[in-house]
Ligand binder design. Sequence first.
Ligand SMILES: NC(=O)c1ccc[n+]([C@@H]2O[C@H](COP(=O)([O-])OP(=O)(O)OC[C@H]3O[C@@H](n4cnc5c(N)ncnc54)[C@H](OP(=O)(O)O)[C@@H]3O)[C@@H](O)[C@H]2O)c1
Length: 257
Amino acid sequence: MNYILITGASKGIGLAIARGWAGRGYNVLLVARNPTELESAAAAIRNDFKVDAQWRSEDLGDAGAPQRLLDWCSTSGFAVQGLVNNAGYGSSGAFADLPLDGQLNMMQVNMNAVVALTHLFLPELKKHPKAWLLNIASSAAYQSVPFLSIYAASKAFVLTFSRGLRYELRKTPVSVTCVCPGATDTNFADRAQVGVKALKAAEKVNMTPEAVGEAAVKATLAGRAELVTGVINKVGAFLVWLLPKGLAEKTAAGLYE
Ligand SMILES: NC(=O)c1ccc[n+]([C@@H]2O[C@H](COP(=O)([O-])OP(=O)(O)OC[C@H]3O[C@@H](n4cnc5c(N)ncnc54)[C@H](OP(=O)(O)O)[C@@H]3O)[C@@H](O)[C@H]2O)c1
């Protein structure tokens, strides 16, 4: 049976993406760390959309997790027709003051796991007449963000990697899409421990995870290369492109310092 595999699918944007696929009749495989949240997310999807929803608890900060996910799919007979690399997190603060192991773990989840899962699952995706790879980056992919430096750099990596890979795969059945959300009302800001100024700014422009998830699935099925979600974030990305880099960085630093 065919499935869409979604990482970080227990809540937030990833859960909305999983529900977006399920609402269109696709079976889904949900991956995150918390088994209780995964179990209830999968049960709700089965109940609401009458598709199959299976889950597996894995920490993508562990370099062995992508191979275990491939093995799980092979031994269970799950044919993966879509891969959504959504799991990710941020950590705010001055680079020099943040513990190194935390920064390296973030890079493992936000970048290395994306690369490993993509590499491992590509042969499986290519077996289908049509297949999808959706990577979730961020509006932070378009500029350096002082005090969120590694996070922004990791998302720039995801965007650049996705675009390059899309070109490489243009003559295959695999369509690659990169979606860059702006501020979205999820657990992200809490985990990143962003300060009051960034929280207040986000409150004014926050999108719902449901709106972001729906836009992401639509863009993927439409074969889009890249999408910045929401009008305000599109304007923001354009201004960042237009403004001198130093000014964009100073503005961002004012929010996160
Ligand atoms: N919210 C925003 O403002 C925003 C803006 C731009 C981009 N994004 C990006 O959108 C994506 C989804 O974030 P979100 O806003 O939905 O955040 P979220 O509510 O914190 O959800 C993150 C998801 O990833 C899972 N996850 C986190 N660390 C993991 C790990 N080590 N291994 C496996 N799963 C892990 C979480 O479940 P467990 O904790 O149970 O593992 C959860 O399912 C991320 O890549 C984020 O960078 C978010």
